[in-house]
Design a protein around this ligand. Structure first.
Ligand code: AMP
Length: 404
């Protein structure tokens, strides 16, 4: 690769020794949590040298008791075989069991819960309903999009209840009693408090990326939501991690759950990961520009630490002839959606984002993830890197670190 020779004179791809402080240092001028130290070896993974393990599902989609319409939609969506979480969770969900799914992003967990839910709802006139709670607006929106695709022609309706958009429309939509309500905790609670959202007749609750929701401080909202659901509901609980806190939650919210874990490695083996050493900020930007000028950088997600830094970097790329879009907390919902759409529709090759803004986003075909700033925690790193190498595609992830 052309940029590799230019990056620095040092060899790459080897773990560095010692407890250097690039990940543990705190800039005296910066506020916010202290970064956790992450050894550079954690940012390296030579995917190409690994033998790929292919999951062999014990079911085909036709083995599941899905109706013709749903089967047709699965084929239209291009799914040939169930992923591991789909293969293992769908039979239990169809049986009506509570399920704990331990699955990273990109494993196909969305369809794992949506398909049996759609089957359960099809052809029922009574209209039992389903509540799906997700940590971010973008994730909720992606779940809604997948729901619409999988339920096409089946006469099922969903409503998206997220913050940052007009509430009156959401109120009107809820009054029409959709089959599925998909939302983020804050806005759901708001509508619950206004007595517009009624949970007492809901039959199914899905908590997606529960660990993220806890990280983001949504626990009180979630508790309130769960408390207003009927006791005899079905609960499907998804999380990438199983911490004591998560375990306590599942003990509270679920009844005799079946646990399915499909977490194989922390980061996808499809993602080759490497470090890039830089002397200072100016050098980092030079290196980044060098990299982005390479033809292979077709769809690149660049992560920065702060809202301002992300916007500055995006502006800098624009001024250097590399048009980019930016998503961060200083943009409102429609600005974020516009930026995301520009990137998804290939109007720009580069999207610069903060961790929070990028959480849960499903952007197909990201070829490269570049950690311009090192992540706060290794878990954040895993989430960032999970944006590429999805659905079996190959991905590359580079992390900038201080040069020794
Ligand atoms: P998720 O983990 O639900 O965010 O899914 C990650 C990506 O994999 C999405 O783009 C899905 O459309 C895709 N996907 C999920 N299940 C399958 C499958 N069985 N076959 C092919 N692609 C899938």
């Amino acid at each position: 690769m052309a940029f590799q020779q230019k990056r620095t004179g040092r060899p790459h791809g080897r773990p560095q020794n010692g407890n250097r402080s690039f990940g543990g240092r705190r800039d005296a001028n910066k506020r916010g949590p202290v970064k956790k130290y992450i050894h550079p070896s954690k940012f390296i993974n030579k995917a190409i040298e690994k033998v790929e393990e292919v999951y062999e599902p014990s079911h085909a989609f036709v083995d599941f008791p899905f109706g013709a319409g749903l089967r047709h939609n699965i084929v239209t969506k291009g799914y040939v075989l169930p992923s591991a979480i789909q293969d293992q969770a769908i039979p239990h969900i169809i049986e009506g069991k509570d399920v704990i799914g331990l699955a990273n992003t990109g494993t196909g967990k969305t369809a794992a819960f949506l398909l049996p839910i759609i089957e359960k709802l099809s052809g029922i006139t009574l209209r039992p309903s389903v509540l799906v709670v997700a940590p971010t607006r973008e994730l909720a929106q992606q779940i809604d999009e997948q729901f619409r695709e999988f339920s096409r022609g089946l006469g099922l309706y969903s409503t998206l209840i997220v913050g940052g958009v007009n509430i009156d429309r959401q109120i009107r939509e809820l009054k029409r009693r959709p089959h599925v309500v998909i939302g983020t905790p804050g806005r759901l609670k708001d509508l619950l408090n206004r007595r517009v959202l009624q949970l007492k007749d809901m039959s199914t609750l899905v908590l997606d990326e529960a660990d993220r929701m806890l990280d983001m401080g949504f626990l009180p909202d979630i508790r309130q939501i769960v408390n207003e659901m009927p006791e005899d509901r079905q609960t499907l609980f998804f999380s990438a991690t199983m911490t004591p806190e998560i375990e306590a939650l599942t003990a509270n919210f679920l009844k005799n759950p079946v646990t399915i874990s499909v977490r194989t490695s922390e980061t996808s083996d499809h993602v080759e990961q490497d470090i890039v050493e830089a002397r200072d900020k100016t050098h980092k930007i030079e290196l980044l520009l060098d990299m982005l000028r390479g033809d292979e950088y077709e769809k690149v997600l660049v992560f920065g630490e702060t809202k301002f830094g992300v916007q500055r970097l995006s502006d800098h790329l624009d001024n250097s002839g590399i048009p980019s879009a930016a998503i961060h907390g200083n943009k409102n919902q429609s600005q974020r959606q516009r930026a995301l759409k520009k990137f998804k529709d290939n109007h720009v090759r580069v999207l610069v984002a903060t961790d929070v803004a990028a959480r849960g986003l499903d952007i197909p075909n990201v070829t490269h993830v570049i950690n311009f700033d090192t992540p706060q925690t290794y878990e954040d790193y895993v989430h960032r890197v999970g944006r590429t190498g999805r659905g079996g595609a190959k991905g590359m992830a580079y992390t900038f670190i201080d040069q020794r």
